[in-house]
Design a protein around this ligand. Sequence first.
Ligand code: G1P
Ligand code: ZN
Length: 548
Amino acid sequence: MISSEHIPFNIPFSSFTDQKPGTSGLRKSTKQFQQTHYLESFIEAIFRTLPGVDGGVLVLGGDGRYGNRSAIDVILPMAAAHGIKKVITTVDGILSTPAASNLIRLNKAVGGIILSASHNSGGIEGDFGVKLNGANGGPASESLTNEIFICTQTLNEYKSISCTSIPLDSPGVYKISSMIVEVIDGIEDYILLMQNLFDFDQISSLISNDFPFAFDALNAVTGPYANRLFENLLGAPQGTVRKGIPLEDFGGCHPDPNLTYAKDLADLLLKGNQLMFGAACDGDGDRNMILGQGCFVNPSDSLAVLTSNANCVPAYCDGLFGVARSMPTSAAVDVVAKDLGINCYETPTGWKFFGNLLDAQKITICGEESFGTGSNHVREKDGIWAVLFWLQILANKKCSVLDLMKEHWAFYGRHYYSRHDYESIDSETAHSLYERLEALLPSSIGQHFGNSIINHADNFNYKDPIDNSNTAGQGLRILLEDNSRVIVRLSGTGTKGATLRIYLEKYVNPKGNLTQNPQVALADLISSIDSFAEIKLRTQMSHPTVIT
Ligand code: G1P
Ligand code: ZN
């Protein structure tokens, strides 16, 4: 219980100019968030802009990084001052992004605030973030985030209430003024949802019997979920979940499940022969990486495999409405969709573009090349869901990951794929490289590029088939006659300088060479885009920072 004067008060401050939310909300260095009233002013703008705040329910939690707990202490009294009826928050403030999406939907909340900078590093030297989700459980729409940004520009005070901190060490119900604060176990509802989707008995019979696997939570939010699911409920041996306790600085790790930042796990699977399966999730639990013994599954292939094997999962065995992928994701899923006779939609990068398609029941499963896969069970990508989906397929088909991939390619052909990221480039250098390339595109059509010829080149423009809204400038596309593609984008989520992303894709039909190293298969595209876009010359970087 709290003692407080319950008097809303207005605190003046000078406005901030850099609070423009990107694709995943406001993401900045922890130090920027530590500026006096910085967090408060962004939260004030949210509460003034989000529809239904007065009298509504709000979900609040985060990935456990430095600042998570103190931000909850700031947000709760502000929510009370803005007339929110009830805030649902969680023990220790721990709540993964997909679990938050589920809670928003279950409780018919007006939205949710997720305290996370996703896969960015944490701690005082790392990043912090505030993600806003809307009433459908998905990331706030672009129009809402624009309104919030405009609001931050004119704010000169925020509203709060004087009260003591609410304890989050166990479930309980509290009040701040007339607002109810419900502290719940943030894991339970998510596990119930997974039990409704998957056949737990079948997964359990696989992983409790001589199927050594490792799940790496990278010291971030999925640890408690994975422990309860894999070890306690499904019977995986103790120790299956690694780095399973959320730490404020993620133990110094970069909580991004890829071959660079989850190298320990990748080495165990790619160099060792003890484990059958490996998986990792990112800081806030929405991304996943899947590995088999001697086999890395690229996320575009993962989406295709989930789609083609959806009939193994009780929730999807009656068929899929359709599927969607972000534009830079490979066309591996397109080929499966064609075979299944369902639509495949191509959206811009960012999960929010799947929301309308999911809500309108045009799609059931969707994904991005950036280790994101999900379905209509929530409105976010969902790392642990993807791991359970893979385990269900393996339990059903009784084969290894590598055999499954080989079987898949032998039937559909293989989309060799790789993403090369050049991180922390000087922002001006990155933008001038991009603008130069964009200007060259129209005259490049018909020119040689690697072993093929460019037959289409543009900056991707998306017309939402549900609300007809238009989103332009979503990435430079170079499409070749042999169906190969090279995409060039600038990241919208980095916090240091600019990140240039090069996406490379080449299709080989089932009769072709299906067992090449992707970097070898893509070598001509890699060197062609380097000379066309003058990447090494302009960035002065001899190698990408991350190759996936
Ligand atoms: C990155 C990914 C994108 C994902 C986003 C949020 O964005 O590429 O697919 O939706 O993170 O997780 P980017 O930095 O490329 O703008
Ligand atoms: Zn994330």
